[in-house]
Design a protein around this ligand. Structure first.
Ligand code: AMP
Length: 292
């Protein structure tokens, strides 16, 4: 590896590379290195990757992980990020009382929304927001979104590192139905993360895309032309929804009671099936939930 950084330990494995904790030799600073290896070595760095990385280098926001440096190596690229000690899934697991700490949840949610609003205003989608991608600086409760934009650049995995199935619980219904999608996909994920902070459990947990969709429809009902114009012409809808009618058996208000009435109003606006009616990140930040 590049001698500028000393590898300390492996800290994670994502769909597109292995993440290491490293020490910058000159400054003794701890950084995170994501090592991405390209399958097709003859092709060089794909242009989409170069484009996305230069975009990420321009992102400069307190709630987005900072990409510090990009180093080409013999087999791919090493992306050097600032290092944060915890992610939200580990935080929820190690601090279950967060579910009862409304101020903490509010603080985390507003920071996530600030980061998402900033990226959406720069035309960057995340597409894979989940607690593992939200890093926390434990000393001052700052949340930073990691992996932003990489999902788009590396839309087709360059190499299957772990064989791990991507987390489905936070996927928006339009993604699961194979529809066109845009920034609302991230707001659906933020809604799922909001609910999970409140309850301590993923809201829509299932083993397959279809079963996640079923869980969503058990809560909100199967969409119709009246509730989501255009939905009935989607391929998955036509082939599966008609064969497997779902009955509403779940209720957001009773499952997420801890969120409070105003919080529930915001959560319900993030979890609207029709993406065109779902609240945007900047509108969510103006919601009454954040007013005190
Ligand atoms: P990713 O491929 O970005 O999803 O990273 C996989 C895991 O590595 C995450 O869930 C984190 O636990 C860890 N990780 C990623 N980036 C960082 C970072 N900048 N600082 C600390 N840990 C990180």
């Amino acid at each position: 590896m590049d001698s500028k950084y000393q590898l300390i330990e492996k800290i994670g494995e994502g769909g597109f590379g292995v993440v290491y904790k490293c020490r910058e030799r000159a400054t003794n600073k701890t950084v995170a290195m994501k090592r991405i290896i390209f399958i097709d070595q003859d092709e060089g760095v794909p242009s989409s990757v170069i484009r996305e990385i230069s975009l990420l280098q321009e992102l400069n926001h307190g709630n987005i992980i900072r990409l510090l440096e990009v180093i080409n190596n013999w087999a791919g690229v090493d992306l050097i990020f600032e290092y944060l000690d915890l992610d939200l899934s580990k935080f929820i697991a190690s601090y279950p009382e967060v579910a009862k700490d409304r101020q903490k949840i509010k603080g985390f949610l507003s920071q996530i929304l600030c980061g998402v609003a900033y990226c959406h205003s720069h035309k960057i989608l995340h597409r894979d927001l989940k607690p593992d991608n939200l890093l926390i600086d434990g000393s001052n409760s700052v949340v930073k979104i990691a992996d932003f934009g990489l999902a788009r650049a590396f839309g087709v995995p360059l190499r299957n590192y772990t064989g791990k199935v991507a987390t489905l619980a936070y996927k928006a219904p339009e993604l699961l139905l194979g529809a066109n999608y845009s920034t609302p996909v991230d707001m659906w994920s933020v809604g799922c993360i909001f609910a999970e902070m409140v309850t301590g459990q993923p809201l829509f947990q299932a083993q397959s895309e279809f079963n996640v969709l079923m869980e969503i429809f058990r809560m909100f009902g199967v969409p119709t032309e009246a509730t989501w114009p255009g939905v009935t012409s989607l391929y998955v809808y036509i082939t599966k929804m008609i064969a497997f009618p779902t009955i509403v058996t779940r209720n957001l208000a009773t499952e997420a009671t801890g969120v409070g009435a105003v919080g529930l109003d915001l959560l319900s606006k993030m979890l609207i099936l029709d993406p065109s009616r779902r609240i945007t990140a900047s509108d969510a930040l103006q919601h009454a939930y954040f007013r005190n």
